[in-house]
Design a protein. Sequence first.
Length: 610
Amino acid sequence: MELHVTNSPFSQEQAELLNRLLPTLTESQRVWLSGYLTALGAAAAAPVAGAAAGPAAVQAVPAQVSAAPKEVTVLFGSQTDNARGLAKKFAKKLEESGYLVTLSAMSDFKPNGLKKARNLLILVSTHGEGEPPDNAISFYEFLHSKRAPELSGLRYSVLALGDLSYEFYCQTGKDFDKRLEELGGKRLVPRVDCDVDFNEPAAEWMKDVLSSLGEGTGVQTAGAAAVSLADTGAEPEYSRSNPFYAEVLENLNLNGRGSDRETRHIELSLEGSNLKYEPGDSIGIFPENHPRLVEELIQAMGWQPEEKVAAGKSGQLPLREALLRHYEITVLTKPLLEQAAGLAPESGLKELAAPGHEQELRAYAEDRDLLDLAQDYALKGIPAGDFVKILRKIPARLYSISSSPEAYPDEVHITVRAVRYESQGRDRYGVCSVGLAERVQPGDKLPVFIQSNSNFKLPENPETPVIMIGPGTGVAPFRAFLGEREETGAEGKTWLFYGDQHFATDFLYQVEWQRWLKDGVLTRMDVAFSRDTDKKIYVQNRMLERAGEIYQWLQEGAAVYVCGDEKRMAHDVHTALATILEQVGGLSSEEAAEYLTLMQQQKRYQRDVY
């Protein structure tokens, strides 16, 4: 429908402008414009206190109404891009509802801008043992320092992402929420803490925030009722909430005969999925629980395997299938133990979960699973339908991608070490890793999705020197990095530090590194095989042995990448880098710390650690 001068109150010029504008508006923009015009008409009809009647009074009103669109600052701190992805989607919703949005990673946000913010939304994950993700560290430290400003004019809300299986669940979000209140901020809506299955609580938080922001304007509330995380128009068909079933092309053991380890190289087909990834990204796999554990749990609880139980969006499923594919049964969390105590009040669980017994609860939950809980606390007899209600959905496992999309179009490769150990007199299995090692064959299909990671990317300038540190399966993304650099012809120097137990049996991808060294794609490589010498040698020891050369590369602007174990290796590598800056560069410990922080802010020091 077009406007014409003959049948409308608009001039020719106005009609042409409207005819160009109206077809371009989204539904949300039309709702906002309709509400804005309604508010404008109501304001124009109302008398302005203290103003004289006449044109001057009417002219003053539009200035008041035009201030209705509010400014909103959306900051995210993210290690694996979940918080970043949610922040981008919410920023788009806000813009469609007429807000002026500033969207930024915490590492890119100038802290002085906080004093100007009036509406602040924080979306942040928690990393490791309750620590902020790398790109949130500088902002977190500023906010908790004496330099943080008074924020009595600020309204804010926090969406915290975490994993209930960790002791310090959503701790970074809790810290931000508490600190903003201490500085004088007022909550728009209460903080929401999200477990690994975060879509629904995140959407509810967004809806509540939109509603709270819109109070008093009459404009945004209509849009607030229909927040959907999937409603972006540009997302691929397949995602975390709708995984693609990828065919397994190869499943090979990379370790030699006699090794204590089993590391699988798995190749998956993405053909027909339209899924795209970049080196540094991860792939998520939804695993299945070990069939033996499922059978033992059903037997211990006295259940019938074919009994139908609720399984979320899957509806009613036979109990065995629900426990195999839908519910997590290998991790005990505090909320789970508290709810189990409610189902079995005479079991003694109530005392274990009571305040003041946190240390005992933590010690019990470590390396135990649902079968242990059922046997230790005599839970047999609780109906299956009641029990599964307290279980959470089995979370996806993320693996660093070890292939370049340029080198292997329509494929994705991963490098997975099978986790097996004994605890409490029983054999234990890594849910996904052992499933992949023992029960997945070429031709099988796995439910997968791509997890982007903007915090672990090759330098934009292909001539930038690159130092990569990745022992064990931590070397996976560096196979992707070098494959990409080979395909694109990048000419910058590259240096890989790699370690494992034994040279003869545990040198993952040895032939490929040697070929890249020969062809010049890999400039240098240092290895550390910890069990081949009397004194254990690790990658951080090799780094200190090459301290002078590493410092020279850093002076030339090299980017440093670390992938692997967060608790020990990544900490030791960080310490080694600081030591090199102190011993070779002559910096104090404080200056070395500042140097590394600056490298992180410049994206010259990136970590993919777990």
